[in-house]
Design a protein around this ligand. Structure first.
Ligand SMILES: C[S@@+](CC[C@H](N)C(=O)[O-])C[C@H]1O[C@@H](n2cnc3c(N)ncnc32)[C@H](O)[C@@H]1O
Length: 214
């Protein structure tokens, strides 16, 4: 699957990329009341302009992306001075309050995420096949402190359309994957698209060790 993503970036097959901030982010992020200054983790970030939107709301942003091509494109499209260096096996690009870590999200560890207190997942969970989604939900939980909040934008495909990526992820799978470690709330469903896809938006709050599972 990693090779598939790298070749999509090499060949410019970027149907998932949006030119404008995602409307669900713009609508729902303010309702979380995450204070400005809180660092936001963006797993599997691509070259999403949503990271620039989050930065404009006053958040330092830490994106993690496998494809260095994606990071190069993000850097070029942003303009301005940028710093690049290697650390802990990742290629890091830093521009203003945005840092992108080039490498495998599953190799990104808590020591590197020590000051992260919020997250944003748009098309990260749904980029992964079923078995890897379990690993993703667990890994994300390990990176976040109790009380950390985030938004997750998921996707249903038309009934019977089980291709991917992006994969079809049902509401009950989101509950099953995340509710052991997060308080999970369904916020909204997007308009169904012509191809039968429909996005859904969720808020997740990382539970602490003493929070009960309700
Ligand atoms: C569907 S795209 C979504 C990108 C971005 N979140 C957006 O909304 O435009 C999924 C991204 O995940 C990246 N990716 C896939 N597996 C990864 C991994 N193990 N670690 C980091 N990035 C990964 C891909 O290269 C791709 O850019």
């Amino acid at each position: 699957m990693k090779e598939e993503w790298l070749s999509r970036w090499r060949e410019g097959r970027l149907g998932f990329h949006r030119e404008h901030p995602h409307p669900a982010l713009v609508d729902h992020w303010p309702t979380l009341r995450v204070p400005a200054g809180t660092k936001v983790l963006v797993p599997l970030c691509g070259k999403s302009v949503d990271m620039r939107w989050l930065a404009r709301q006053g958040h330092p942003v830490l994106g993690v992306e496998l494809s260095l091509e994606a990071i190069d494109q993000f850097a070029r499209e942003g303009g301005g001075d940028a710093l690049r260096y290697r650390q802990d096996g990742f290629e890091i690009y830093r521009q203003g309050s945005i840092e992108l870590w080039g490498g495998d999200f599953f190799h990104f560890h808590i020591q590197q995420a020590s000051d992260v207190e919020a997250f944003y997942d748009r098309a990260a969970l749904i980029a992964l096949p079923e078995a890897t989604r379990q690993r993703y939900a667990f890994h994300l939980a390990q990176l976040l402190p109790p009380g950390a909040k985030g938004i997750l934008i998921s996707l249903r495909r038309a009934p019977g359309d089980d291709r991917g990526p992006p994969y079809d992820v049902a509401a009950n799978e989101i509950e099953t994957l995340f509710s052991p470690n997060f308080k999970v709330t369904h916020l909204a469903d997007g308009e169904p698209e012509e191809n039968g896809w429909q996005e859904s938006t969720w808020s997740l709050i990382r539970r602490g060790p003493t929070d009960c599972l309700i």
